[in-house]
Design a protein around this ligand. Structure first.
Ligand code: AVI
Length: 716
């Protein structure tokens, strides 16, 4: 690298504005030192400008916005320069058409350098005499502007030299991007974040106002995509398969014949790349650069990821999790360049600096190897059109956390689906982890929860009659067997049962029950199934030659919707066979007060059982539910003849779980359980839809609970 550049850089750390002014101006001259006069006249494309034009335009900026405006006796260096070196300021009149900047053989380079000296002389005078806020602000803007042109100058030189057959080096020693490792995704929680520049220190107007945005949790790579990864994309048809590309990008790929990033050229089997140090072999482990937005987006699509939004990028850049933030390549974001809420450009000509470009461009964040040191900030918003790629642009991948919910984890998938629904809901089957199962046992012991006691007493009193229907050598298949408490009442009354098939999702519950059963029923064969009985299951071989007796006590059938209950009973019928019987307990509709008390016990056990669902989400799905921010609600729904349980949000709140974010309004409910209550007739109608008919039924005294025996109906 040209040794004259770095001393100028260290000057940039000096404190006085005047010193900083001189240091930045000197750095521009140091950057053109390796160039000859001829190098600085030619314009290689309409987007690029000749070096001489950059030298003059940056000078014009100070002359126009500071010297002419604030120094009454300032003598213009040349009145025609306003036309030649105005870039795009409509308020300042007509100008040299942008694509024709390369026609300016005059003024000569020497005259442009004299122009710089003239303006520097008067700027020094101004800075010594006027330290006002207006001057300081405009000088800061002028310096940031000149630093932007320092970067543009290098981009434009690379483009110009890249078009030359000679492939000249701007600086043989110009450092390439350091090789490194591939990126790893880092997870960020998102939430409400502040975006944009704070009021202290210089920032461009487009970085303001600072404002809040809401971010879903996301993942972002800690490093930029490498050349090697890009080569894999190319080898996988990256530039020949339309499915990766945005439509406009695909048209461009075809029209331009793009097959690789800008400046890549094939050299036999390998690729090489034009750099500021001349032609160099592609370094596989270095970050890929000189990409259009379309290429970056296509790669992200191919990689099953996406580009970060600019808000995600800014949050991540400040998190300490990222490398290669601003020293390698600008990073395309998927954010369209537009105004932040409340943005107002200045009413003076300088207001044209950024605001009027806020359409049809995409935001890039970070900074590049050619960005002047100290120029960029985490809030900095660079912007280019999506097809442009002569700047030092690369990419950093991001991805949605939700897209990576483990679909094998049914709990996670159901939580995400249920909490995303318009009416939030979750299946009651998720109540029953170890804690939930213990809490349910405790509910059964509360004075208010009559179901278990009533059913047990009823079964005890009718067990003989129930057993009379059970044939010899039968297999008792229990759905959701848990601790198998009630089973013993059937087994004691029906010794003709030879095989017991308890089905329960909890292996622990099964193991405990089997140990007890083996002890108490030594002649009974036990063939447990650790399964979710609502899913397709197969009975063990031992059950094949037996007539099957299904056992489904506890009114668990009431926790299914009528439609689900019919589906379940149909599949149970198919599982058990056409000669099967079914013993099933169902709670009956009764006075509301009894029901209300049963699900609102005074000790609050049912409330704890209900909230255990949230605790379970917290522990198993990395949730952050505040259990105290929800109330237990159990109410009677007359129309549907069911008790309902809900968790009601006490406040407006945001909750994260399973990598997703969910908003709850104050008073909003999460519906956790239905407990349907039947009449003997409504129950018979329900089971009939599933191909069962009632053989017998027994109803307890108040509070009324029923036990039914069913057989497969003839019609099925
Ligand atoms: C398991 N099931 C029949 C119980 C019921 O009554 O619906 C679960 C329960 N929910 C609240 N308390 C008990």
């Amino acid at each position: 690298m040209n040794p004259e550049i770095e001393p100028a850089l260290s000057e940039a750390a000096c404190e006085s504005l005047q010193d900083r002014y001189l240091a930045v101006r000197a750095r521009t001259l140091a950057l053109v030192a390796p160039l000859d006069a001829e190098d600085m006249v030619v314009q290689s494309m309409p987007d690029a400008s000749p070096g001489k034009w950059h030298l003059a335009h940056t000078t014009w900026f100070f002359e126009t916005f500071l010297l002419s405006a604030l120094l009454p006796d300032y003598p213009l260096f040349n009145p025609q320069f306003g036309y030649l070196f105005n870039s795009y300021y409509e308020a300042l009149g007509p100008r040299q058409p942008r694509p024709q900047r390369g026609l300016l053989t005059r003024p000569t380079l020497t005259q442009v350098l004299d122009y710089r000296s003239h303006v520097d002389e008067y700027m020094t005078e101004l800075l010594q005499s006027d330290q006002s806020g207006t001057v300081t602000e405009l000088v800061e803007l002028g310096l940031a502007h000149e630093e932007q042109h320092q970067e543009l100058l290098l981009m434009d030189i690379l483009h110009l030299f890249g078009m030359s057959r000679l492939k000249p080096a701007y600086d043989e020693d110009w450092p390439g991007n350091a090789p490194g490792r591939r990126g790893h995704f880092k997870r960020l929680a998102g939430g409400k974040v502040e975006l944009g520049a704070a009021t202290d220190g210089f920032a461009f107007d487009n970085e303001t106002p600072r404002h809040s945005v809401w971010l879903q949790p996301f993942e972002i790579s800690d490093r930029l995509v490498t050349n090697d990864e890009w080569l894999t994309f190319m080898a996988d048809g990256g530039y020949s398969r339309a499915e990766y590309w945005l439509s406009d990008g695909w048209t461009l790929v075809q029209n331009e014949g793009w097959q690789a990033p800008l400046y890549w050229e094939r050299a036999g089997q390998h690729w090489q790349q034009m750099t500021l140090a001349g032609m160099r072999p592609i370094e596989p482990d270095a970050p890929v650069t000189h990409l259009s937005y379309y290429e970056a987006a296509a790669f992200a699509h191919w990689a099953d990821a996406r580009l970060p939004t600019e808000a995600e990028w800014e949050l991540a850049a400040c998190s300490g999790d990222l490398e290669q933030i601003d020293d390698v390549a600008w990073q395309w974001t998927q954010s369209a360049y537009s105004a932040y809420p409340g943005f107002r450009p200045s009413s003076s000509a300088v207001g044209e600096y950024n605001g009027k470009f806020m359409v049809s461009q995409m935001v890039l964040r970070g900074g590049a190897s050619i960005t002047p040191p100290g120029h960029a900030r985490p809030t900095y918003r660079n912007f280019f059109r999506p097809e442009q790629r002569w700047m030092f642009s690369g990419l950093r991948l991001a991805r949605d956390v939700g897209a990576h919910v483990d679909q094998n984890n049914a709990f996670a998938a159901d939580v995400v689906a249920g909490l995303s629904a318009r009416e939030k809901n979750l299946s009651p089957k998720y109540f029953y982890d170890a804690v939930g199962s213990d809490l349910f046992e405790a509910i059964c012991d509360t004075p208010e929860y009559y179901l278990t006691r009533t059913e047990t007493a009823l079964l005890e009193s009718v067990a003989r009659e129930v057993a009379a229907d059970i044939p010899a050598n039968a297999a008792l298949v229990e759905f959701g067997s848990g601790a198998s408490h009630k089973t013993r009442l059937v087994l004691d009354a029906a010794p003709q049962i030879k095989l017991y098939v308890p089905i329960d999702i909890s292996e622990d519950a099964l193991a405990g029950a089997i140990t007890r059963m083996n002890k108490n029923y030594p002649r009974l064969t036990i063939a447990p199934l650790a399964e979710d009985f609502t899913r397709a299951i197969e009975l063990p071989d031992a059950a094949h030659d037996c007539r099957k007796i299904g056992f489904f006590p506890g009114s668990t059938i009431g926790n299914f919707s009528p439609q689900e209950a019919v589906t379940l009973l149909r599949s149970v019928r198919r599982l058990l066979g056409e000669d099967a019987l079914m013993i099933i307990g169902a709670d009956l509709a009764k006075d509301e007060a009894t029901l209300h008390q049963a699900y609102n016990d005074r000790q609050g056990v049912t409330a704890r059982f209900n909230k255990n669902l949230l605790r379970r989400i917290n522990t198993e799905l990395n949730g952050d539910f505040d259990l105290d921010a929800f109330d237990h609600l159990a109410l009677w729904n007359e129309r549907h003849s069911r008790m309902e349980m809900h968790l009601v949000s006490r406040i407006d709140q945001i909750v994260n779980a399973a990598g997703h974010t969910f908003a709850f309004r104050a008073g909003e409910r999460l519906h956790t359980e239905n407990s349907y209550k039947f009449t003997p007739t409504s129950f018979a109608d329900l089971v009939a839809q599933a191909g069962w008919s009632v053989v017998h039924h027994w109803v307890s005294d108040e509070p009324r609970f029923a036990i039914f025996t069913l057989k497969v109906s003839a019609a099925h």
